[in-house]
Design a protein around this ligand. Structure first.
Ligand code: BEZ
Ligand code: FE
Length: 291
């Protein structure tokens, strides 16, 4: 009989695996259990504390639906989603960042130069840039899937007053790899706080805020897909995003443009007479095909 003690339990656990176990699964399970066993020893975890943790996970399970996954949110606020992003990022490409729960698959196409602001309140923001690969070539035919909050801080799926596709659109880049659209500034908002994750944040004295951001998913043939978001440099939560999504290369700037300088070739050309903001942000994709 193997002697199970606090010091041997991790090795005994590994001894239960079959020799045919997939080696990657084995390595992941070994790392996970070694660290969790060490965590229990180091913190001197009590029955009461572990029961509370399991109750929180049970609550997360009960409220998780296809539209709201509390386990993903838990991974986000613990920094695990962002750590997985960072260690899997492609050198030379724009950093990836959390997807979040508010992306809608099958958003309608938006013409290049199109408008997402529609009748919403706020100054016009012109967002433009180029999709390039990590060798510096413009990427034609890339799809740039964009989504953001309305000025009230809500995504369309959270707000019955909005059309489900408001502030969602998919642009396809032209031969020069460029994309452009008009919108309004997205705003800072809180992650959902009415479940176990909210309770955990509250108990830890943490706020639930995210800095304002624009989300992008960029896809192109021969390139790795990029899921990312970009944040304005003047947002008060830039250095304290509750889901750790901000990276240095994902910070952008609103640059005020004088009245009369709105460019041609856009859906709003000829309709923007006053000042407006401009954001320039290039999106760099890692090539997946050989050089
Ligand atoms: C979001 O950016 O939409 C988001 C990301 C993580 C958790 C909640 C929201
Ligand atoms: Fe978001």
């Amino acid at each position: 009989m193997r002697k199970v003690t606090p010091d041997t339990i991790s090795e005994v656990f590994m001894g239960y695996f079959s020799p045919e176990t997939d080696p990657r699964l084995r390595a992941i399970m070994e790392g996970l259990t070694r660290h969790m066993h060490a965590f229990v020893r180091e913190t001197g975890l009590t029955h009461d504390e572990w029961r509370k943790a399991l109750e929180l996970l049970g609550w997360a399970g009960r409220i998780t639906t296809p539209e709201r996954n509390e386990f993903v949110l838990l991974s986000d606020v613990l920094g695990i989603s962002s750590l997985v992003d960072m260690i899997n990022s492609s050198p030379g490409a724009t950093s990836s960042s959390v997807l979040g729960p508010f992306h809608i698959s099958g958003a309608p196409p938006l013409e290049n130069g199109g408008d997402m602001k529609r009748d919403f309140e706020g100054d016009v923001v012109l967002v433009q840039g180029q999709v390039r690969d990590d060798r510096g070539a413009a990427v034609a035919g890339a799809t740039v899937d964009i989504w953001q909050t309305a000025p009230n801080g809500l995504y369309s799926s959270q707000d019955p007053a909005q059309d489900i596709h408001s502030f969602h659109g998919v642009i396809t880049t032209g031969a020069d790899g460029r994309y452009a659209f008009t919108t309004v500034r997205p705003v800072s908002y809180t992650v959902p706080t009415d479940g176990p994750v909210g309770q955990l944040l509250n108990a830890a004295g943490r706020h639930p805020w995210r800095p304002s951001h624009l989300h992008f998913i960029v896809k192109a043939k021969g390139c790795r897909s990029l899921v990312t978001e970009v944040f304005p440099d003047d947002d008060p939560y830039l250095d304290q995003d509750t889901v750790f999504g901000v990276r240095e290369d994902l910070v952008m700037r609103y640059v005020r443009q004088p009245a009369g300088s709105f460019p041609g070739g856009m859906a709003l050309s000829g309709k923007v007479h006053g000042d407006f903001d401009r954001v320039d942000f290039d999106l760099i994709l890692a090539r997946s095909d050989p050089a």
